[in-house]
Design a protein around this ligand. Sequence first.
Ligand code: OGA
Ligand code: NI
Length: 356
Amino acid sequence: MAPRNPNSEKIFDFVVNKGNGIKGLVDTGIETVPDLYILPIEERLLPNNILPYDSIPVIDVSNWDDPKVKESICDAAGKWGFFQIINHGVPLHVLDAVKEAAYRFFGLPYEERNKYWAGNSPTDTVTLKTSFVPQAEAVLEWKDYLSFRCSPRDLESFPLWPPVCRDEVVEYMESAKSVIRKLLEVLLEGLKVKQIDKAREYTLMGSPIVNLMYYPHCPNPDFTAGVRPHSDISTLTVLLQDDNGGLYVRATENDSWIHVLPINGALVINIGDILQIMSNDRYKSIEHRVVANRSKDRVSVPIFVNPGPDAVFGPLPEVLESGEQPLYKEVVFSDYFKYFFSKKHDGKKSMDFARI
Ligand code: OGA
Ligand code: NI
């Protein structure tokens, strides 16, 4: 990576090394976007590249056992990789509470937030970070996030988690669990897997991560990336967004993007790399990106449903049964995870790690 100019170095030091985050920088009252956050033109989301009339499917899941519902889910996973679900059973008050908890945490003074900054945190199950991999990025992402590892074992460190948001995070995670299970059952049934046994459960959802994402308002969001185009490395991701919008999904191989319209009470579901690999490309892990808002602070709460760290995954035997060639090799999840977090967000390049 080319060396940064002296002003960018100063800002990098304030935001990353001192742990102020982009929240801290915005709190200083900046009125323009610093160089450190300005994307080259070819990386910006231009209005011409947004398809105004398209949207991802919205699926009513009040009856999971309805074959039509199952079909819509599997179809959406194959064609779009993204869909929203409504009537999923996670109470609205639980969704609202976790969004408020995110605002509460990021509303804390620097000294309080900084206790959880990577390196300071009393437990590695909760860490506050900024951008994605700042050391590997010439241009940083306009976001901070508090990340919770949420496997049953990780939850033992709950007493060390920030009191202003920990109950809400756990309640959200707990009530989303049955939705996650249902989605995985339906999606795997679509791959001819009849039952999710304990070993498969560990591979599919052994170590979930919940993030409280915070995208402070930005003087010129068009110049910046809240999150660069990327695909998730999860099996699937359950995302709660607020009513500001700003999440875009890649539409075609051309450079066009579809806005994910905020729907109150809905959850956005996307297929991650792991399910694309396990399904040997029947389901698609689609690129997406986030643009911050000019006047409002945006929050979102993704649950990355990840395999256990030592889980080994590859195309499922049920999928290859009829003699189909595997497109991916078997990979240990912790290796895939490390690879992803060693580079900047870069479209779908993460999947090269597993490709044959
Ligand atoms: C992510 C992501 C979307 C959002 O963190 O991987 O895509 O709306 N977030 O915050
Ligand atoms: Ni994502």
